[in-house]
Ligand binder design. Structure first.
Ligand SMILES: [Ca+2]
Ligand SMILES: [Ca+2]
Ligand SMILES: [Ca+2]
Length: 210
């Protein structure tokens, strides 16, 4: 069983075993059940090394090392995408609205959006950068009793019968954040926690447990 789960994490859920995915999702909270059906796992699907890497990236953004990424550090001095995109990510990540990103806010946002992007690209089978109803239906074909229409409408905010990445990320993020377990990076696999020691924050990611 463990081997199957590990396999699915690395290669995605093959269509033949999606019925099994429904069993796995049965115990998830209502808000994140749809994320689970789409193949999401939240923090529990990540290794502690990935979390440590997110933490390292945060440390490089937090140039003065005060534990927070200010708007200046993230938006003005950032190098990822463009300034407008960084401003949007900053707003979405700053959950408590105090105008700075804590490491926790940054890491949670990475857990949510990195997985959502991967799943979005996995769903869209042609190259038009959107997901349509038939693509979703195909992905969920082997899940008994799933309401494809309802899921499709849930993410199609602008009701144009396609999923665009931006609306998908928005709905995914809203659902993920309704379940604190989903983004709890202490649930990442293996025992190490990113806040357990200064050493973890200052050293490069390791591929082995200490
Ligand atoms: Ca700072
Ligand atoms: Ca904040
Ligand atoms: Ca749409």
């Amino acid at each position: 069983m463990n081997r199957l789960i590990v396999l699915m994490i690395f290669i995605g859920i093959p269509s033949g075993v999606i019925a099994a995915a429904e069993d796995i999702c049965r115990d998830t909270q209502d808000a994140v059940r749809v994320l689970c059906l789409l193949g999401g796992k939240g923090a529990s699907g990540l290794s502690a090394d990935v979390i440590a890497r997110y933490q390292l990236i945060f440390s490089s953004i937090d140039q003065d090392g005060d534990g927070y990424a200010t708007r200046d550090e993230y938006v003005k001095q950032g190098r990822y995408l463009n300034e407008q995109s960084r401003a949007g990510i900053f707003r979405a990540s700053d959950r408590d609205g105090d105008q700075v990103l804590s490491a926790k806010e940054y890491v949670e946002n990475r857990i949510i959006t990195d997985e959502a992007k991967e799943i979005f690209w996995g769903l869209q089978m042609d190259d038009n950068n959107t997901v349509d109803h038939s693509e979703l239906a195909k992905a969920l074909a082997h899940v008994d009793g799933v309401n494809v229409d309802a899921i499709f409408r849930q993410f199609d905010i602008n009701e144009d019968d396609q999923w665009q990445m931006i609306e998908f990320l928005q709905v995914w993020g809203n659902l993920a954040r309704q379940d604190s377990d989903w983004v709890d990076f202490n649930k990442a696999k293996n025992e190490s926690s990113i806040f357990s020691s200064q050493e973890t924050m200052d050293s490069p990611p390791s591929s082995s447990n200490r």
